[in-house]
Design a protein around this ligand. Structure first.
Ligand code: FES
Ligand code: FES
Length: 154
């Protein structure tokens, strides 16, 4: 049986063949399309490393079946910068030293973008922390992350 989904990924419409109906968006991005910026941490919805925007909403790509989202619009970390110009959130993360190993960073940035798009960020650090509580950072870079998101929210 041949299965396929049509998705707009980082502004490009593409059709992807699936060899298994259980393929998640995370595995489709990383293994089929080589978009490895989206990270696989826990693979069970607990760390936020795989956060992407799906039709403008934050989701954990490890929990989303690709087949269930035919026609969807997906934005990943690779879709943020415009040429050499970083997205303001990316620039703010650098300016605030908001990372150490960087593994959680794509998920943090995509989650922050979703939070800002939802109008849920504002410049209240507590609100930002709460809004991004699903994104874990094993390096404990929370202070810089919060500062960066607050700055980018302004
Ligand atoms: Fe998806 Fe951890 S890899 S939430
Ligand atoms: Fe290392 Fe967050 S910077 S896990």
């Amino acid at each position: 049986m041949s299965l396929s989904v049509t998705l707009t990924i980082n502004h490009v419409l593409q059709q992807v063949e699936l060899d298994d109906p259980r393929v998640t968006l995370l595995d489709l991005l990383r293994e089929r399309l080589d978009l490895t910026g989206t990270k696989k941490g826990c693979d069970r919805g607990q760390c936020g490393a795989c956060t992407i925007l799906l039709n403008g909403q934050r989701v954990n790509a490890c929990l989303a079946l690709a087949l269930s989202h035919d026609g969807a619009e997906i934005l990943t970390i690779e879709g943020l910068a415009e040429g050499e110009a970083l997205h303001p959130l990316q620039a703010a993360f650098i300016a605030h030293d908001a990372l150490q190993c960087g593994f959680c960073t794509p998920g943090q940035i995509m989650s922050a973008l979703g939070l800002i798009t939802e109008g849920q960020a504002g410049d209240d650090p507590e609100r930002v922390r709460e809004g991004m509580s699903g994104n874990l950072c094993r390096c404990g870079a929370y202070r810089g992350i919060t500062e960066a998101v607050v700055e980018a929210s302004r």
